[in-house]
Design a protein around this ligand. Structure first.
Ligand code: PFF
Length: 472
């Protein structure tokens, strides 16, 4: 079976593919605006803390479950002998399908912006709403994006996913560093760096902690079995603990770099005007799509095209390695559990997810009732896309992570988990790191992830602002 499923050809291949899954829109689009809203460096510190203390152990657990069983998330729980727990695998599949359905739309915006920059259409920022409402254009880009994703996944693990990651990840790194070097030469760049790197702890509220925790978890692609799936293609001789550490470091590294790129640009544009600056920092998801094109314009027609196109290409590459992993999870499921060939399975799943994503695509201005889909007690007005994101990313992922931690510690049991961890890493036995991972998986992760799940439900769906009540 293992040969039919394929596998990563090297440890580096696995690390790059998993880091590719982690590094995505979350790092370059979402992270900077969360930092902006969460008060700069104080948010960054919480984020780093959660990545290493909370997320890293969950990542090790996911990879261990995958490698032990060599199966997709549904098959994995069954193979370990716990049929009822396959529900966690199904929850992961549902999360993957829903997340990819809207993630592909945002990826299509990024790719569309790349084309607009190449054409020198810098006014696109002021027409962002018009652009997202133009469903024919966005639809075409999202078909292209999904076709590219499905092509890579259909080629298999080593000659598709791994090969793509080996090309895209180093290129992404070079692009982001080149852009940062340029951004640092802009006027007021250092003000941006100061805002980003000097912490203001007075800004830490319950909500900031909550967002940092959610962002860390989403950013590392945890809670839906993406790493169970990738882990199922890892060799038994590989050291999974140090692989997980490398993946976490790369993800955190790219998020940190994205801040070094965005904040100099934001402060350059504000040019000392506090009101403009405030608007930009509070701008949320518009920060990149609405504000940056005007900045690129001010660089002049040639340089603006080069820097603008490079930036949105970077964003598209980051999204692409993530859409690949999002598609791989349900694909692995149909291949393993329903014995459908990889290529047929991939295309079937891709078409299905594309169809599921159509309402999201139409909910950014094209169709009124989808754009104003629902008003929730706590979360307020949500478009269809916003609603799906709330359910899948903000609610299902922490729930999935909670269940995976509980399963690992108390059902599969620590002894078995530790045995799998020690495959390819004898030195981990009895080490402080192993004790830490065990404590985290048994106590810290269930506690924090369970709490975040409960807060999400109470806050967004029931309007009970528990964080503000308790922490202010
Ligand atoms: N980690 C990705 C990002 O930060 O954009 C999003 C993601 C990809 C989440 C894959 C979950 C996943 F399985």
């Amino acid at each position: 079976m293992a040969t039919q499923r394929g596998g990563f050809s090297s440890r580096l291949g696995f690390i790059l593919a998993a880091a590719g899954s982690a590094v995505g829109l979350g790092n370059i689009w979402k992270f900077p605006f969360e930092v902006g809203q969460g008060g700069g460096a104080a948010f960054v510190m919480m984020y780093l803390f959660f990545c290493f203390v909370l997320c890293f152990p969950v990542m090790v657990a996911e990879i261990a479950i995958g490698r032990k069983t060599q199966l997709n998330p549904v098959g994995a729980f069954k193979a370990l002998g716990y049929k009822n727990w396959a529900i966690v695998g199904y929850l992961g599949l549902a999360s993957g399908v829903l997340i990819l359905s809207f993630y592909n739309v945002v990826a299509a915006w990024a790719f569309g912006y790349f084309v607009e920059m190449l054409l020198g259409h810098f006014d696109i920022g002021s027409r962002f709403g018009e652009f997202t409402a133009d469903w024919i254009t966005v639809g075409s880009y999202s078909i292209i994006f999904m076709l590219g994703t499905a092509y890579v996944v259909s080629r298999g693990v080593s000659s598709g996913i791994e090969k793509a990651a080996k090309i895209l990840m180093p290129t992404l790194f070079i692009m982001i560093v080149a852009l940062i070097i340029y951004a640092l030469t802009l006027p007021n760049a250092m003000e941006g760096i100061k805002f980003y790197l000097v912490p203001d702890f007075s800004k830490i509220t319950g909500n900031v902690v909550y967002s940092a925790l959610g962002q860390a978890f989403f950013s590392l692609s945890l809670g839906m079995g993406a790493l169970i799936t990738y882990g199922s293609y890892v060799s038994k001789n590989d050291n999974i603990v140090s692989s997980a550490a490398s993946i976490t470091l790369m993800d955190v590294g790219v998020a940190t770099l994205a801040g070094l790129l965005i904040f100099p640009i934001v402060f350059f544009q504000a040019n000392g005007d506090q009101e403009v600056l405030g608007g930009l920092l509070k701008g949320g998801e518009g920060l990149i799509f609405e504000s940056l094109p005007a900045v690129f314009e001010s660089l002049g027609s040639t340089l603006g095209v080069v820097i603008g196109a490079l930036f949105f290409l970077l964003l598209s590459f980051a999204a692409f390695t993530s859409t690949i992993s999002l598609l791989e999870v349900p694909t692995a499921y149909v291949v393993d559990q329903h014995k459908i060939s990889r290529s047929k399975g991939t295309w079937l799943v891709a078409v299905f997810i594309f169809l599921v994503g159509i309402p999201s695509m139409l909910s950014a201005g094209a169709v009124d009732w989808l754009s104003n889909f629902i008003t929730l007690e706590g979360a307020g007005d949500k478009s269809f896309m916003g609603f799906v994101a709330l359910i899948a990313s903000d609610t299902f992922l922490p729930l999935g992570g909670f269940l995976i931690a509980v399963f690992t510690a108390y059902v599969w049991k620590k002894e078995n988990f530790n045995m799998e961890m020690a495959n390819g890493d004898e030195e981990i036995r009895g080490s402080w790191l192993q004790s830490y991972v065990d404590i985290a998986i048994g106590y810290i992760c269930p506690l924090l992830l369970g709490t975040i799940f409960i807060i999400t439900v109470l806050d967004n769906f029931m309007g009970i602002k528990i964080l503000e009540m308790v922490l202010g």
